[in-house]
Write a protein that binds this ligand. Structure first.
Ligand SMILES: Cc1cc2nc3c(=O)[nH]c(=O)nc-3n(C[C@H](O)[C@H](O)[C@H](O)COP(=O)(O)OP(=O)(O)OC[C@H]3O[C@@H](n4cnc5c(N)ncnc54)[C@H](O)[C@@H]3O)c2cc1C
Length: 376
């Protein structure tokens, strides 16, 4: 056990006091032993990966923080022809792994280059960027459940993965549906080689400024993504104050079509359901008098939270008075610590943004990071 470090030193937002107790787990046995210990002691607990999706409060967390410090990955059998399966330890740095896949000619995560944090945390909010999300390549995770204390291999389809969420994510102060710690994740990637191949995904093509069908290399995609992300302060860089953040602080709201239609036309939006159901014609000879009910309107349009914030009058770099927290100077969606900010200053700013957007557009922005000892 180590002396607890302040969580401001272990999170990318750089706020948060030292917890009561901290255990460094360098092996998977270390993780399970630490968990069994805290469960036996009846301690409150949470696990810490790279600390890039966490907002921790200024008061010491009254429990145990288990740091996941395992690393490494290996090929495992079971992949279809032309693909490769890789199992990655939970504490493995995500971007180092992505760089390796690109060097090996393995496609499927290259557009997620530059996302900070660990592999084990990636399914927690189903990480994604530029048209790729981990659920597209995730086969299964190995996890230890609090309810049983046992280790299971769980197929990706059983994790409740959705837009920036899963059954394992603690949401807005609530408990997760399934309290578990991921020990490893297994991905299946396409073996496309390191040469040029025609780009198929429209969203990745758009993000890197190429046409669908244009020849690209994985290394080229990674390089373009890293450059775009850096221009938005979305690649950790100690020299760039805008990267002292938890990435996007608010989720892009998902609205029903009629709610989205009520927003100004200029607000960027992305339909989640590709096509509205076409008009159904029932041939007269098979019509038995039954008229099927009209489809229920589902929340199907994602709208830009950054646009809502800017158009609620809050521009890049906005801060409250002399507070040390501000919106990023490059991207309104990131709340940043300009040096020495407290969790209280960050939450004050977050509340202000929520209130402004709510009063301007009637939409309640929901935060993306996990909160510990903090509420909005
Ligand atoms: C500059 C910047 C850019 C970002 N860009 C993106 C982006 O493009 N797309 C995106 O999706 N996210 C992005 N993020 C958010 C963040 O990087 C991801 O959510 C990442 O997966 C978090 O990993 P972590 O190891 O830092 O998790 P942490 O912040 O340490 O933990 C986050 C949550 O996961 C839990 N957790 C961590 N490890 C485990 C485990 N092994 N088992 C169970 N629970 C665990 C923690 O308890 C906590 O609840 C960005 C963040 C920053 C700072």
């Amino acid at each position: 056990m180590s002396d607890p470090l302040p969580l401001s030193q272990l999170t990318t937002l750089q706020v948060g006091a030292a917890p009561e107790r901290m255990i460094d787990a360098h092996t998977r046995e270390g993780i399970t032993d630490a968990l069994h210990q805290v469960w036996a002691d009846g301690d409150d607990w949470f696990v810490l990966g790279g600390g890039s999706n966490l907002l921790v409060g200024d008061e010491p967390f009254d429990g145990t923080v288990i740091r996941i410090l395992t690393h490494g990955f290996q090929a495992v059998p079971g992949a279809e022809a032309g693909r490769r399966r890789i199992r990655i330890e939970a504490g493995q740095n995500w971007d180092e792994f992505v760089a390796w896949t690109v060097g090996q000619g393995l496609a499927g995560v290259e557009a997620m280059s530059g996302i900070p944090g660990t592999a084990g945390a990636a399914p927690i909010q189903n990480v994604g960027a530029y048209g790729q999300e981990i659920d597209q390549t995730l086969v299964e995770v190995e996890l230890i459940d609090e309810a049983t204390g046992e280790t299971h291999v769980v197929p990706a389809g059983d994790l409740g993965l959705g837009p920036r969420t899963s059954d394992l994510k603690r949401h807005y102060g609530s408990e997760p549906r399934r309290r578990a710690v991921i020990l490893s994740i297994t991905l299946e990637l396409d073996d496309v080689g390191t040469g040029a191949f025609p780009i198929r995904d429209q969203r990745i093509a758009k993000a890197i400024g190429a046409d669908v069908g244009a020849e690209v290399t994985l290394a080229g995609v990674r390089e373009s993504v890293l450059a775009i992300r850096a221009s938005k302060g979305m690649v950790l860089d100690p020299a760039d104050d805008d990267t002292r953040s938890a990435g996007s602080f608010f989720n892009n709201p998902i609205l029903s079509e009629s709610e989205a239609r009520a927003l100004p036309e200029a607000c960027p939006r992305w339909p989640l359901v590709p096509d509205i159901e076409p008009v159904r014609v029932i041939p007269l000879e098979s019509f038995d008098g039954y008229v099927p009910p009209a489809p229920v309107e589902t929340a199907g349009v994602k709208v830009s939270a950054a646009w809502l914030i800017e158009n609620a009058g809050l521009s890049k770099g906005f801060r409250l008075g002399r507070a040390r927290a501000s919106l990023s100077t490059k991207h309104t969606l990131a709340l940043t610590n300009r040096g020495g900010a407290t969790a209280w200053e960050v939450t004050q700013l977050a509340r202000f943004v929520q209130t402004r957007v709510s009063s301007e557009f009637g939409i309640e922005l929901q935060p993306e990071p996990v909160f510990v000892g903090v509420e909005l």
